[in-house]
Design a protein around this ligand. Structure first.
Ligand SMILES: [Zn+2]
Length: 209
């Protein structure tokens, strides 16, 4: 699951590709459509970011070989997931009736939507007895490798074979509204410039379990 359409590919996309190739049944839950990534931008592309970002996600899943995955769009407001956390936990608990594992944004990622989505998944997982793995996204930006705030004792490194890393790189390139500026103004700046994107281009992924 993802708070915004791109979190799941940034944090877990290579493993999604591996699972899809192995025939695992996947359900991708998008909590928001990511419509608030550029709140002050006047660029044409900013007018309908929800549609743009949903399209980018669909393209990215195709590159991962996961075009057939079930997609659930919950349509909660970008930036305000915590206001709907209980409702989200309830929706996830319903989906968890037929689920062996949930992979969710890290509940201490220092991004309010990621944290609310992660907490809701952990809560629903506890109620339904479904294990929840958490993947960091923003934590890669603020934490150093030896940062004691991160639960390294629960970390697992998921190595990506070259073919699957290549699929992830192709999928990341689909998120043009996030990795390229929408226009020339400061408020059009890329959310994920190359230095930030580098965290997600590596040949491994990390989850807490
Ligand atoms: Zn996000």
């Amino acid at each position: 699951m993802a708070a915004h359409p791109d979190d799941e590919v940034l944090g877990f996309g290579g493993t999604i590709a591996l699972l899809a190739a192995s025939g695992v049944r996947l359900c991708l839950v998008s909590v928001t459509a990511g419509e608030a990534s550029h709140p002050h931008s006047l660029a044409p592309a900013a007018r309908d970011l929800a549609a743009v970002r949903s399209r980018e996600l669909r393209d990215a899943l195709g590159r991962l070989g996961a075009a057939d995955a079930q997609s659930v769009m919950l349509g909660m407001p970008d930036g305000k997931v915590s206001w709907h956390e209980q409702e989200l936990s309830g929706r996830l608990a319903e989906l968890f009736r037929d689920c062996d594992l949930c992979v969710a944004p890290y509940s201490r990622d220092l991004h309010p939507d990621h944290e609310a989505a992660g907490r809701a998944a952990l809560d629903a997982g506890t109620r339904r007895g479904v294990p929840v793995w958490e993947y960091p996204v923003w934590a890669w930006h603020w934490a150093a490798p030896d940062d004691e705030r991160l639960p390294w004792h629960r970390a697992a490194r998921l190595q990506l074979p070259p073919e699957f890393r290549a699929r992830k790189l192709a999928a990341l390139a689909c998120f043009r509204s996030q990795i390229e500026p929408l226009g020339d103004a400061p408020e059009d700046a890329a959310i994920l410039p190359p230095a930030e994107l580098a965290h997600f281009r590596r040949d491994f992924e990390v989850i807490w379990r």
